[in-house]
Design a binder for this molecule. Structure first.
Ligand code: AMP
Length: 281
């Protein structure tokens, strides 16, 4: 696996790959790789001649300095995992390489950026869009792979590629879970074994919501989820929303949309976890 740290080197190398007529599949990550990330690499390997993974802990998408500082960085074991998956190129730039000067770009994604993650992490998606656009312009992939785990991010990135006519196909990939249902996340590393067990309540709740959706009203379901997390001593529900799959507009009744997803954010101690389940599509 080739490892490159500068934009100039990556551009030069990938120009040659493209000139040979090879298609490039791209998986952007922040590292501390787990099976969720590796599933994206495998999907990209299936559909492209050449696979690029980026590892970059993007400072401008963190709205909390402490969260940025403690974000796990495990480049040596990440490299081993990527080699095992036969990833072709790792792009691993420094923050100075990506942001030689502060980036003041301001995107306006409208309503999808005003709910859930957008509401509770102001500026987060602007930072995501800044780095993803930069990375797309450096790598110029035919396809880019994103996990449904960060569903709202996927909607925002779709909008970014549409708004700026970026010539890349966005490929959504399924959520990979632990055996107990907990969605894999680099942040799970901060959970104790007992917290990991308790965190299975998140997916259990989503599955219950899916079974009851269409029968109970949306407000009854939302209330029951809030009540359930109130009982927990260790977990704190930040939001639970039932929204349109495409516009992310919060719904009051089931008849407002045929495509519906439930999204949740929960704190266990200081660790923030997100998850979702598609209810109707
Ligand atoms: P991150 O390193 O957290 O920025 O994630 C990089 C990519 O991996 C994003 O597209 C995530 O949605 C995806 N991803 C993270 N966790 C999972 C998971 N459990 N299943 C599938 N994709 C995931």
């Amino acid at each position: 696996m080739k490892i490159l740290n500068t934009i100039k080197e990556a551009r030069g190398y990938l120009n040659e790959i493209r000139s040979k007529g090879l298609s490039i599949g791209f998986v952007p990550t922040m590292g501390a790789l787990h099976e969720g990330h590796l599933s994206l690499i495998r999907e990209a390997k299936k559909e492209n001649d050449f696979v690029v993974c980026s590892i970059f802990v993007n400072p401008v998408q963190f709205n909390n300095e402490a969260d940025l500082k403690k974000y796990p960085r495990e480049i040596e074991s990440d490299i081993k995992k990527l080699k095992k998956e036969k990833c072709d190129l790792l792009f691993h730039p420094s923050a100075e390489e990506m942001y030689p000067e502060p980036d003041n770009t301001k995107f306006d994604f409208g309503d999808p950026d005003k709910v859930m993650e957008g509401k509770f992490r102001p500026g987060h998606f602007n930072g995501v869009a800044v780095v993803v656009k930069k990375l797309f312009e450096i790598i110029e992939p035919a396809r880019a792979y994103f996990g449904l785990k960060d569903y709202q991010q996927l909607v925002i990135i779709h909008k970014l590629t549409k708004d700026y006519n970026l010539p890349v196909e966005i490929v959504p990939c399924p959520i990979i879970r632990e055996e107990n249902g907990l969605a894999m996340s680099s942040r799970n590393e901060f959970l104790s074994e007992s917290e990991k067990k308790q965190a299975s309540l998140i997916y259990l709740t989503l599955k219950r919501v899916k079974i009851q959706s269409g029968f109970a009203t949306i407000s009854e379901l939302k209330e029951s989820v809030f009540r359930q997390f109130k009982k927990s001593k260790t977990m704190k529900l930040e939001y639970f929303e039932i929204v349109d799959l495409y516009s992310l507009k919060p719904l009051r009744t089931w008849t407002e949309s045929n495509n519906i997803i439930a999204c949740i954010a929960v704190y266990i101690g200081k660790v923030r976890l997100i998850d979702n389940i598609i209810l109707f599509s």
